[in-house]
Write a protein that binds this ligand. Structure first.
Ligand code: SF4
Ligand code: SF4
Length: 353
């Protein structure tokens, strides 16, 4: 793994005038295809490639789908096949370097989580081919009422980025995370300047104010053990009766990675393509097998599975929950099911008993 792909802890920092943000974005665009949050009618944002820096909405808090979609697309054509058994792996249309701008700490933690998943027992070459060519320029953010990344300890990053910009008002405090980040700074001429002591005070003050701005906290201590004890809780039945099984919570989650694979045969009956698409453990078809039986017929068992996987199974395998506290599933859920409320209810039920 090279320094470009995975940032180590930062050794350097610079200051950059906020008015120079578009200059930085122009510069980043010269290193590769720039992607960032873009505003949509109605006030939502989506994460996508941009043609010019002015398309980027730099103050976006939360995109509908996470930046994960660039590294792990919702639908990916894996190969083309023919009736005689031949096949050809499908390569990406735009295989160049990508610069992902505007990832907040939770989304960077989510990318680190996906790196772990896709480099586990089985390496996922398509993911890593994209990851290898991807640089990350993170930006800090200000929490709203759906954010709880301070509870999941994902509100700060010291790795996983090439550059990271913290808003100090008139200027950005820019942390350099990798050799590639350093290359960008060196190529930037007078865009960056050394850090003055007053900026460090501002940085600390901003960090403290941001930490105090979270309106919710989730009690995560001993949560895996509490989940074990609460396996038969009525909470899951209640959630099952509310959940529509729409799968939106998985679709928007930056750390969900389940997928389905299907073949599509062309009209000639002799050629076709194999696709991989995101899947969701919340949908009725997720655990249905070839003879029609379904191992998770009830909605309550499916929603319970999602929580148990994120809060217990993932901890057992990777040492931490896979939820990064981004709040996207809360915003997306048509049944108004909130992960904050669920986790706090589980915690209260066990502690009060
Ligand atoms: S479970 Fe919800 S809050 Fe947690 S990472 Fe996924 S979308 Fe974000
Ligand atoms: S978004 Fe809400 S309603 Fe839809 S599957 Fe998830 S929990 Fe159920």
């Amino acid at each position: 793994m090279d320094g470009f792909r995975f940032a180590s802890s930062h050794a350097n920092a610079r200051l950059m005038a906020k008015d120079d943000r578009n200059r930085l974005l122009e510069l980043l665009g010269s290193f590769g295809d720039l992607c960032g949050p873009v505003g949509m009618p109605g006030g939502a944002h989506r994460y996508q490639p941009v043609r010019k820096p002015s398309e980027i909405a730099p103050d976006c808090l939360r995109t509908l789908l996470p930046p994960k979609k660039i590294l792990y697309p919702p639908t990916d054509e894996l190969l083309e096949f023919t009736a005689d058994g031949g096949f050809r792996t499908k390569e990406e249309a735009t295989p160049g370097r990508r610069i992902l701008f505007g990832l907040h700490p939770c989304d960077i933690h989510a990318v680190i989580t996906l790196d772990q998943v896709f480099s586990g027992r089985y390496d996922e070459p398509r993911y890593f081919a994209r990851r290898q060519r991807t640089a990350i320029v993170g930006t800090d953010c200000w929490p709203d009422e759906q954010c709880f990344c301070h509870s999941t300890k994902t509100d700060f990053v010291d790795k996983g980025f090439d550059l990271f910009l913290t808003d100090l008002g008139e200027q950005y405090f820019v942390r350099i995370g990798t050799a590639f980040g350093d290359d960008i700074v060196r190529a930037a001429g007078d865009l960056f300047r050394p850090v003055e002591p007053a900026a460090i005070d501002l940085y600390k003050e901003r960090t403290n104010r941001r930490h105090a701005a979270f309106s919710h906290s989730v009690e995560m201590i001993d949560l895996p053990q509490i989940f074990e004890l609460d396996y038969d809780s009525q909470i899951w039945e209640n959630l099952g009766s509310k959940c529509f099984s729409c799968g939106s919570c998985s679709a928007v989650c930056p750390t969900c990675y389940c997928y389905d694979v299907f073949d599509q045969v062309n009209l000639d009956g002799r050629t076709g393509s194999r696709f991989r698409t995101w899947d969701s453990c919340l949908t009725n078809s997720f655990a249905r097998v070839a003879d029609g039986r379904n191992f998770r017929q009830e909605r309550a068992t499916r929603i319970k599975l999602r929580y148990y996987h994120k809060q217990i199974a993932f901890v057992e395998q990777y040492g931490r929950p896979s939820c990064v506290g981004c709040g996207r599933c809360i915003v997306a859920c048509p049944a108004e099911i909130s992960v904050i409320d669920v986790l706090n209810a589980i915690f209260r039920e066990k502690v009060v008993r």
